[in-house]
Design a protein. Structure first.
Length: 207
């Protein structure tokens, strides 16, 4: 009888560790990751803003950016984040089929974002706009390229989770979808800052 009790107690400890405790540790880890990424993007964006203030001629360079494609990408990313949040809710509700479908939609929208950005890059290259052209284009390609690598990393993570959901591994998804969704929301917020700063600020800076 004591052995049975000991076994039950051990199982309870394991479940407790991989459940709430594991999720809390994972959330802390993701927040540490996001905090470090915020430092990187904040430094780059802060530098870009300072340069922009004292380079009114950058308004002419910014005018060459395609606002339509930028807007399309903004909508794609916002919509993908919506579906990712829905996928997290579906996992919590135990609806594995729905969560897999929603994550697949998220991946499709994220890939569409990268494809649109690829077409945008191609158009800019065709007009001789490279990172080496001037400081504005160096900032533009650095910021959007770095953001693109974060998009790609997020898509890899979501694809792995989608494969697990598709292969009936719903138990392994507890907490992981929510944490990946948190990272995906960060990626969205970064673009919400990048889009207006790069595409919409076309007025002159400080004289």
């Amino acid at each position: 009888m004591d052995n049975v009790t000991a076994v039950d107690h051990a199982e309870y400890e394991v479940e407790d560790y991989t459940g709430p405790a594991g999720t809390t540790a994972g959330r802390l880890g993701v927040w540490i990751l996001i905090s470090s990424e915020i430092t990187i993007f904040a430094g780059l964006l802060g530098s870009y803003i300072l340069f922009r203030l004292f380079h009114p001629e950058w308004a002419e360079e910014s005018a060459h950016l395609n606002i339509v494609l930028g807007t399309v990408n903004t909508m794609l990313l916002l919509t993908s984040n919506f579906f990712m949040m829905k996928a997290s809710t579906a996992v919590d509700q135990g609806d594995q089929k729905k969560s897999a479908k929603l994550m697949l939609i998220t991946v499709a929208l994220g890939l569409a974002f990268l494809v649109v950005k690829g077409f945008e890059y191609a158009a800019e290259f065709s007009h001789g706009e490279f990172p080496s052209k001037n400081t504005f284009w160096s900032f533009y390609f650095l910021l959007t390229g770095l953001h693109g690598t974060h998009i790609l990393g997020g898509l890899v993570a979501i694809t792995i989770l989608w494969a697990k959901a598709k292969n009936n591994a719903l138990g392994e998804l507890k907490g992981r979808v929510a944490l990946t969704g948190l990272y995906w929301s960060f990626v969205e917020v970064v673009w919400v800052f990048l889009f207006p700063l790069l595409y919409l600020l076309r007025e002159g800076g400080a004289k």
